[in-house]
Design a protein around this ligand. Structure first.
Ligand SMILES: Cc1cc2nc3c(=O)[nH]c(=O)nc-3n(C[C@H](O)[C@H](O)[C@H](O)COP(=O)(O)O)c2cc1C
Length: 207
């Protein structure tokens, strides 16, 4: 079964290495992940005053995330934290209160940087926010991609063969299995609950 994955990239830069990593993820075949990028560059800054009459860009973003079976965050680290543009998108998707489009969506995180620690700080800040937003976060493999440069990509903008690409392929397989496990478990629980309530209704009829 193919799962729809919304990829949210935390960089607006035209030649973003994180966008290229996201593109590499989309290019992986055979994982039953139907990936599409959800753009965040046009989202007005979140302002609670606008909850009653949201800007059309917020509505578009929320719809696209809501339609997905899972969310993949691919982001740089800015000053050891989450880039503001990504945090804004997460805040937009999380509101109005009680209507978060992230609620219960299985998720995974990739951070990429030319630096050696691969965006570890941003990765864990995204994880912290995702946990609060009730997103089951995949734990392994972790993806702190360090020493990523223009040279890591081929002319089509995807990762060249090598350890980085292998890690992304591993992550794609693991993320498919993670999303599959979460959705199947929920379906089984829902079927169990329906079965139990049917049995309870029958028992009542015959009482
Ligand atoms: C405002 C700013 C802050 C940054 N802070 C960090 C940082 O904390 N850690 C890090 O590894 N790289 C940092 N960098 C470097 C980015 O990792 C690098 O510019 C990277 O290419 C950005 O990702 P992108 O190519 O996807 O846009 C920073 C860059 C900017 C512009």
């Amino acid at each position: 079964m193919a799962y729809k994955i919304a990829i949210i990239v935390g960089s607006l830069r035209k030649d973003s290495i994180n966008r290229k990593v996201a593109r590499s993820m989309c290019a992986i075949r055979g994982d039953n992940l139907d990936c599409s990028m959800v753009e965040i560059g046009d989202l007005p800054l979140y302002n609670q005053d606008l909850d009653g009459s949201p800007p059309e860009q917020w509505v578009r973003f929320r719809k696209e995330v809501a339609a997905a079976d899972g969310v993949l965050f691919v982001s740089p680290e800015y000053n050891r934290g989450i880039p503001g543009v990504l945090k804004n998108a997460i805040d937009v998707g999380s509101r109005p209160y009680g209507q978060s489009v992230f609620d219960k969506k299985p998720a995974a995180i990739i951070t990429a940087s030319p630096g050696s620690i691969g965006g570890f700080g941003a990765n864990h800040q995204i994880r912290q926010v995702g946990v609060f937003l009730n997103m089951p976060m995949m734990q392994q493999p972790e993806a702190y991609l360090g020493h990523v440069s223009e040279d890591s990509f081929d002319e089509s903008g995807c990762l060249k063969d090598g350890p980085l690409k292998e890690l992304i392929e591993k992550l794609a397989h693991a993320f498919h299995d993670w999303v599959d496990m979460i959705h199947r478990s929920r379906q089984l629980l829902a079927e169990d609950a329906a079965h139990s309530s049917q049995q309870a209704a029958r028992a009542k009829e015959h009482a």
